[in-house]
Design a protein around this ligand. Structure first.
Ligand SMILES: Nc1ncnc2c1ncn2[C@@H]1O[C@H](COP(=O)(O)OP(=O)(O)OP(=O)(O)O)[C@@H](O)[C@H]1O
Length: 943
């Protein structure tokens, strides 16, 4: 029994010992867990409060200012970050989790797995941190620490960057699941719940904000309505008061009038008006609205439009008619919004639209030629938009703020809205370099979210910097709009070009005569051809074909062929570059011929020549009479073709003179001057000398073929004729320059230099403004230039001597440079093909041109005669016949008289010199003629 008890006791004692032991182990574990947790927490605090700046304090023996765990914490964190980088933060989590598990008495196996998982997680985070943040400078230590750097380098070598991210990322997630004993589904659900809660919160907040905004708008509208009602009441009261005052005054005036008789001259105008008109007219309803706008404008940049002060008083007739006593009270001082000239013109035009379209029938020349009517052009209805003042003010604010950010201070004084761009006039403070503003164009473009902006620093003559910002809604300018404007109607000159509207929306026209030649450039699609068409149509709308003739060169064969066969053309539209070269040479010859005519008649230019011709025609006199008067001659032309001898010819003329004695002698012509046309006798026609001066068309026709008999033509004494203007239009200069660069360059330069006075003008367009096309020689001779959008600043400098064209918007946006005006931005007028076709067929209905194809023939084949080549040349014989009647002759005189090309005339004169008909060259003076007509020579010998 004692043995058994002792075993029982032993068992109990053992159980008690085990329980004791277990209690002791549990306590130890708890203590270890607490210590571990503390270490983990301290580590966490040391790591999150680490600051590299603390080193400065520690170096001076001071405690660190930032680290919550003092010196030890700082160094521990420094070491851990250095080794593990950001993954050091996993450590305190691992330690704290381990502490909690220890506390919960978790199985040892699980704790070991968790520890291993945390270790893997730490290394994975270090690698990922190095991979993603290694190149940034987020912290004072490497993102992945030394460990992360090594692991990342090796992993990248094995898997590449993306592979490393995937593999290491997967390891990290698995390690996290194991370490934290994470239920992935539960975690995802928790994240989802959090997102939903956040969404609901944001939605609620937004709805509240929208409701608040709506309420505020409704309140504002109510307040506005109340304000409007109040103003309406005030105005009604004012109106009534004014009417009462007027009636009282009228009554007074009538009483005075009854006492003193009719109002004398001293009475104020309003008093006199009151006698007949007791009540002032109702004020326009628009007035109060404008007042409101003006009030709103105070302390902001003034939205101006253009100087139109002169028109302002005319806009306020009612105010002017009001009694003086009312005036001061009615007009408090306030900022003024001036209506733009363009807007005024629009208003005016609206009224004029109601009038009938004026008739443009042209009746100066013999035949009536009707100029095309404006009705042939389209003018789509455009809804006029109100100026968005708020938007303009906002843009002005952005400009000022952006410039300020970049160190340029200043204010915007005026805003000038136009159809396509709006000009903001910026006044910088003193000391700002303008080049700095110019260089901020890209910054401003970005800040304004604009496509392109243009900076004009400074605007010539204004002392401000112009910033042109494209409008969001771009208006189209229609050609009809410009052609029917006052500006075009009053544009002087014979060759007005309606280009479009300037940036204030005012129609912009130039005169080609004054320019006097125009170079046009623009990349493909920039609006160059449309621009050229509007210029051509402007001239066609102004001038009849006998006043202005055109040569059109279109090597691209696309743009100008639409004008084929209009009566203004001198030639069919030239598409072959070779022929174009000849056409240019013809223009040079024509210029030489005209220069001689001007010199012979002592005319300064074509305008004064045409004026003289007009006078001569009115008086029935001739230019030549003055020259011929001192040396009357008896001229006999022997009809050698019919085998006539000199005696027979003289006898014939005597007979004819007797026959004609009873006929009409030409008024004012010397009786001794007797002419005989070469074939007159054989044709049985009355000799021309007895006819009155033949009335000819007012203008010379350059396409008329040369006279069959120049001698007879010269002697026929036709009335002088005016010379038409000639406009040469070339659509693609580059194509011509590729074919015959030297000839084209020389012809263009000669024309550009000298043709102005002779009424020949050039319009040359190109899409390649490179220096091999627009050569120095061409450029120097074309002072007036228009550029549409160009590809680069460099191209812009070639055309307008500065930047700007590269910032244009395309679609007809252009810069115009003339010799007298600074660069002006213009929105080109638009004209469609349909409109051009309508105008062209209207012109063609009135007549077709008669072309002179010889202009385009190759020089040598057309004009033949070389040195001793063509001894039987009938033209030479005619020339000798003609020259023998002159005292002196020059190449151009012969050219003019016989309607020859310059080269041909020069060759004839050379041959005449060789054959002793004319003397040697005499400097700039004409050559002396050494022969006499046959009859005259015989008469002299007999004497
Ligand atoms: N003044 C304008 N207003 C509105 N749109 C325009 C204007 N001018 C041109 N455009 C538009 O730009 C397009 C191209 O114009 P255009 O044919 O004149 O260019 P281009 O410079 O002559 O090109 P290319 O050299 O290739 O012929 C036109 O079809 C038209 O839609």
């Amino acid at each position: 029994m004692g043995k058994g008890k002792s075993r029982k006791e032993k068992d109990t004692a053992k159980r008690g010992e085990r329980a004791e032991g277990a209690r002791g182990t549990g306590m130890k574990k708890d203590i270890a867990a607490v210590l571990l947790f503390t270490v983990g927490l301290a580590l966490f605090l040391a790591l999150v409060s680490f600051s590299s700046q603390d080193r400065l304090f520690l170096d001076r023996g001071l405690p660190p200012a930032g680290n919550l765990c003092g010196k030890v914490g700082h160094y521990a964190a420094l070491g851990l970050y250095g080794v593990l980088g950001f993954s050091a933060l996993v450590l305190p989590i691992a330690v704290c989790t381990g502490a909690i598990r220890l506390f919960r008495d978790a199985p040892r196996r699980l704790t070991a797995v968790a520890a291993a998982a945390y270790a893997v997680l730490t290394l994975a985070v270090a690698t990922l941190a190095q991979l993603f943040l290694g190149r940034t400078e987020l912290a004072s230590f490497p993102a992945g620490g030394a460990v992360g750097r090594v692991l990342c380098r090796n992993a990248e070598a094995l898997f590449g960057a993306v592979g490393t991210a995937l593999v290491v990322g997967a390891c990290a997630v698995v390690a996290l699941i194991l370490a934290a004993d994470l239920d992935v589904v539960a975690a995802a659900a928790a994240v989802g719940r959090a997102m939903r809660a956040l969404g609901a919160f944001l939605f609620h907040q937004t709805r509240e904000a929208v409701d608040r905004h709506r309420e505020a708008v409704a309140e504002l509208r109510e307040a506005e309505a109340a304000e409007k009602a109040r103003r309406a009441e005030e105005e009604a009261a004012d109106e009534e008061a004014r009417a009462r005052a007027a009636v009282a005054l009228a009554a007074g005036a009538v009483e005075v009038a009854a006492e003193e008789g009719p109002a004398g001259d001293d009475d104020p105008a309003w008093a006199r008006e009151l006698n007949t008109a007791p009540l002032p007219p109702e004020e326009p309803k628009e007035k109060p609205r404008r007042k409101k706008k003006e009030d709103a404008c105070e302390a902001r940049p003034l939205v101006v439009v253009a100087p139109a002060e002169a028109a302002a008083p005319a806009e306020e007739p009612a105010a002017a008619a009001e009694p003086a006593a009312n005036a001061p009270a009615a007009e408090p001082a306030r900022p003024e919004i001036v209506l733009s000239a363009a807007m005024q013109e629009k208003k005016k035009r609206k009224k004029e639209d109601e009038k009938e379209e004026p008739s443009f029938a042209y009746t100066q020349s013999g035949a009536v030629f009707t100029l095309p009517a404006l009705g042939l052009l389209d003018k789509p209805e455009v809804v006029e938009k109100e100026v968005d003042e708020g938007g303009l003010q906002r843009t002005a604010g952005i400009i000022v703020a952006t410039l300020k950010t970049h160190g340029v201070e200043g204010v915007i004084r005026h805003i000038r809205p136009g159809p396509v761009v709006t000009l903001y006039e910026f006044s910088p403070v003193a000391g700002v370099k303008l080049a700095k503003i110019e260089n901020l164009d890209k910054e401003l473009t970005m800040a304004l979210s604009a496509t392109r902006i243009r900076i004009i620093a400074p605007i010539p003559g204004k002392g401000v910097v112009g910033i042109e910002v494209p409008n969001r809604d771009r208006a189209t300018v229609f050609l009809k709009d410009v052609l029917e404007s006052e500006t075009f109607a009053h544009a002087g000159g014979l060759l007005p070009l309606a280009l479009g509207k300037n940036i204030e929306g005012i129609p912009y026209c130039v005169d080609l005569q004054r320019m006097p030649h125009l170079l046009i450039a623009g990349t493909t699609g920039s609006g160059k051809s449309v621009g050229l068409n509007t210029m051509i149509l402007s001239m066609l709308y102004r001038q009849a074909p006998d006043q202005v003739r055109m040569i059109m060169v279109d090597p691209k064969m696309t743009e100008l062929s639409i004008y084929e066969d209009i009566p203004h053309l001198l030639l069919p539209v030239v598409t072959d570059p070779q022929k174009a070269t000849r056409a240019l040479q013809w223009a040079v010859d024509e210029m030489e011929r005209r220069t001689q005519i001007l010199a012979d008649t002592g005319s300064k230019d074509l305008k004064s020549y045409n004026a003289k011709v007009e006078k001569q025609r009115a008086q029935g006199t001739l230019f030549e009479e003055a020259e011929l008067a001192p040396r009357p001659k008896k001229l006999v032309v022997v009809d050698v073709a019919q085998g006539e001898t000199e005696e027979e010819a003289e006898a014939r003329l005597a007979r004819e003179a007797v026959d004609a004695a009873g006929g009409t002698a030409a008024p004012g012509r010397p009786a001794s001057e007797v002419f005989a046309a070469r074939d007159a006798a054989s044709m049985g026609e009355p000799p021309p000398e007895f006819e009155p001066i033949e009335a000819s068309a007012e203008y010379e026709d350059p396409t008329a073929p040369p006279p069959d008999d120049p001698v007879a033509a010269r002697d026929q004494k036709k009335q002088p004729q005016k010379l038409p203007y000639i406009v040469v239009i070339i659509d693609e200069l580059a194509d011509l320059m590729m074919t015959a660069p030297r000839e084209v360059e020389i012809s263009l330069a000669r024309l550009a230099q000298k043709a102005r006075a002779t009424g020949i003008h050039l319009m040359v367009a190109t899409q390649r403004p490179s220096t091999d096309v627009v050569t120095g020689m061409i450029k120097n001779n074309f002072p007036a230039r228009i550029t549409f959008r160009l590809a680069s600043r460099h191209d812009s400098a070639t055309i307008i001597n500065g930047p700007g064209a590269e910032s244009l918007l395309g679609d007809g946006d252009m810069l115009v440079l003339t010799a007298t005006q600074p660069v002006t931005r213009v929105q080109g007028a638009f004209v469609s093909e349909g409109e051009i076709e309508r105008v062209v067929s209207f012109l063609k209905e009135q007549g077709r041109p008669v072309y002179d194809p010889s202009i385009l023939k190759a020089r040598d084949s057309g004009e033949g005669a070389g040195r001793g080549e063509d001894e039987d040349d009938p033209v030479y014989d005619q020339a000798v016949d003609l020259v023998s009647r002159m005292e002196e002759v020059s190449v151009s005189k012969l050219q003019r008289e016989m309607r020859l090309g310059y080269n041909k005339a020069a060759k004839i004169i050379e041959r005449m010199e060789r054959e002793g008909v004319v003397g040697p060259p005499n400097g700039v003076k004409p050559r002396q003629v050494l022969v006499r007509p046959i009859g005259e020579a015989r008469a002299e010998t007999n004497v």
